[in-house]
Design a protein around this ligand. Structure first.
Ligand code: BG6
Length: 487
């Protein structure tokens, strides 16, 4: 165990959707890393559940393929001894008695039920868990996004899950909240005297949040085509980032203190609906192009459905109607098949009120604070300085640049590592409360409705480009440009 990791109580963690992409690519590797760090008690069990007729050894063999290379095989073997598999169908009776017997009747033991399945199964699974009294005592349920596809379906799921698990037992995961830089945003804002006095519309010009991916939808087409970028990324991850930037200082890091402040931001978002969606939003869909040096097909071909109207790119201008932020635009953009994988928040400060420098000194650029979430987590603060040496007073815009990996010499843990252990510890600070999910849908719903009503197809963009040119126009109309650092 590293000096900074704290052990947790023994637990059982059951992953419904145990053979799925998220489980194999993210959850099991995250648990393996925590195991390597000595944080997983030896009596804890990790149980994969899916419909496939596998046994423990078959499941372990699948995981071995995914985990090999993370570390020495001997440690992997020890870890896999703590991993089990049970075949189960949420909609059929068979197998549930065995499952309940396997978990056992020990309500004080921590039992985490992670629903990494399609949301249509959430209710069936929770009802079964309730029927077998597996919801009692120290049980927790984790709901993966998307929670519904609009406000009504989210409410339906939350109501039904709420009949089995109380709100304090329900952990709605948004893995962006587990990312190191997002945590660091809290510390930067509230652990330094420097930023908070400037953190308002008097001093901040605008904020940009970019989450760009190089990958296409790949084999997730069936899910993605029903979702699209607004539901997949904006309604959850990007709004959560916006909340962390914009919220008022909470009185402490107590779960509800933080979540109350985020909720107020969501409630203060100005509505975007069919009266203004055409001016404030841009949706795009990628076409064939070149990504990471290779030719790639367009979204319609990848999907085998040339008629899809689903957006793989969104750019929009959001505004927060409150005293702190009135008049400060928040530009959000996200997309698949963009030129590089980068997620960042860029906060641009207002220009100085008067320049004392002559025109031949160069232009005074605005200060910008850039928080990089990935790939190389860190913070950059762009300042104006004098170019060193003789030759007159020449202004230079330079970054104070800190990469966390370089500065601390540690590999950043994956977001799921922190979040999974937070569930085991029963700490919901970094999870979405029901009212947050609802408020986010209340804002996103009218945008989706406006797009449907307009009947317009998403604008095509070439894979490997920064989205449709309308996204550039969206920000340039206000006299700004997208942060070039990320491009
Ligand atoms: C998921 C989305 O929630 O986040 C995916 O469903 C997306 O479409 C992913 O690729 C991005 O996560 P990360 O951590 O790789 O930026």
């Amino acid at each position: 165990m590293t000096a900074s990791s704290q052990s947790v109580e023994p637990f059982d963690l059951v992953i419904f959707g145990g053979t799925g992409d998220l489980a194999v690519r993210k959850l099991l590797p995250a648990l393996f890393h925590r195991f390597l760090d000595g944080q997983i008690p030896a009596s804890s069990r990790i149980v994969g559940i899916a419909r496939e007729a596998l046994d423990d050894n078959g499941y372990r063999a699948q995981l071995r393929e995914a985990l090999v290379g993370v570390c020495a095989a001997a440690q992997l073997d020890v870890f896999l001894q703590q991993v089990f598999y049970l075949p189960l169908d949420a909609r059929k009776d068979e197998g549930w008695d065995d499952f309940a017997a396997f978990i056992g009747n020990q309500p004080d033991h921590i039992r985490v039920f992670y629903l990494s399945t399609s949301p249509e199964l959430f209710v069936d699974i929770c009802n079964r868990l309730g029927q077998y009294k597996l919801n009692e005592g120290a049980s927790r349920v984790v709901l993966e996004k998307p929670i519904g596809r609009d406000l009504a379906s989210a409410n339906q799921i939350n109501d039904a899950v709420g009949k089995v698990f109380s709100e304090s037992q329900t952990f709605r995961i948004d893995h962006y909240l587990g990312k190191e830089t997002v945590q660091n945003l809290l510390v930067l804002r509230f652990g330094n005297a420097l930023f908070e006095p400037l953190w308002n519309s008097a001093h901040i010009d605008h904020v940009q949040i970019t989450v760009a991916e190089t990958l296409g939808v790949g084999h997730r087409g069936t899910y993605y085509d029903r979702a699209g970028a607004l539901r997949d990324m904006v309604q959850n991850h990007m709004l959560q980032l916006l909340c962390m930037v914009a919220m008022e200082p909470p009185s402490s890091l107590a779960p509800d203190a933080v979540r109350d402040e985020k909720l107020k931001v969501l409630h203060s978002l100005k509505p975007i609906d069919d009266s203004n969606a055409a001016q404030l939003t841009v949706r795009g869909q990628y076409r064939a192009g070149v990504a990471e040096g290779a030719s790639v097909p367009g979204y319609p071909e990848e999907l085998g459905n040339n008629k899809s109207n689903t957006e793989t790119f969104v750019a929009l201008k959001a505004e927060i109607a409150n005293w702190r932020w009135a008049g400060v635009p928040f530009y959000l953009r996200t997309g698949k098949r963009l030129p590089s994988r980068v997620s960042e928040i860029a906060v641009t400060f207002k220009p100085v009120p008067h320049s004392i420098f002559s025109a031949d000194a160069g232009t005074l650029a605005q200060n910008r604070l850039v928080l990089r979430l990935q790939p190389d987590e860190g913070v950059k603060l762009w300042l104006t300085i004098k170019h060193p040496g003789p030759g007159g007073l020449r202004l230079r815009h330079v970054p104070l640049d800190m990469s966390f990996a370089e500065a601390f010499g540690v590999q950043q843990p994956d977001a799921y590592e922190r979040l999974l252990l937070d569930v085991v510890r029963g700490n919901p600070t970094l999870f979405m409360r029901r009212d947050e999910v609802e408020a986010a849908w209340r804002w996103a719903g009218p945008i989706l409705a406006a797009w449907t009503a307009s009947g317009e197809a998403p604008r095509p963009y070439t894979a490997g480009s920064w989205g449709p040119s309308a996204a550039v126009a969206l920000i340039e109309r206000d006299g700004h440009t997208w942060n070039e650092d990320s491009e």
